[in-house]
Design a protein around this ligand. Sequence first.
Ligand code: SF4
Ligand code: FES
Length: 255
Amino acid sequence: MGSGNGQLLNLTLKVWKQKNAKAPGSFETYDLKGISTDMSFLEMFDVLNEKLINEGKEPIAFDHDCREGICGMCSMYINGRAHGPMDATTTCQLHMRHFKDGETITVEPWRASAFPVLKDLVVDRSAFDRVIAAGGFISVNTGNAKDANNIPVPKPDADKSFAAAACIGCGACVAACKNSSAMLFVSAKVSQLALLPQGKVEAQDRVLNMVKQMDEEGFGSCTNTGACEAECPKEISLENIARMNREYILANVTK
Ligand code: SF4
Ligand code: FES
């Protein structure tokens, strides 16, 4: 984590601190010197936390796991944008070279009633897990390994399914939406299977159950502002929402 060829930045951080879901939160200001532009945003937080621990202060709680842009844990608002200023980038893959020396950076947790703040920047995103669980399973034959391409899938469908499956469940779509709608996430999860023959068997139950769970979790409704697609680090397309709506209407009339 050396400074490499990068420059060093002095920064002021304004970070949301909140003890638990019930406590009122507020911003704390931290001064940080000598941050390499080669560091990721989370490495910068590691440096800040090490400094706080050395000073006998409480470190800032934030979620992270893979640090490779695949787990969806590193959720936070940076300067008013979900995952910060770069498009198609998770916080763990955001580098400090995108910030200026002397800059003040404001960091907040996701704000949506379905994602309660647990502590500082950590929110409870288990509502997403319950939506996925409500989708159930697919009836694939789990016998011997099949030959590749045993079940023919048209290439355009495979591509769209793959693109939908890229959703990492980070929740930026919910956080970016003024209604806290989870439609982009749920539609990605519905679409990745609805597009494939293997997913057709339970398709109708899946969309009905996932939408029902989404509503029960308290996410808002979609008013087509497109903020979700704009902030999604995996560039999940709004097309998936249209597909989910079609699947949902079809399931409702045929079930
Ligand atoms: S749709 Fe995009 S923003 Fe929403 S959870 Fe999936 S990856 Fe994150
Ligand atoms: S820590 Fe896994 S996506 Fe950022």
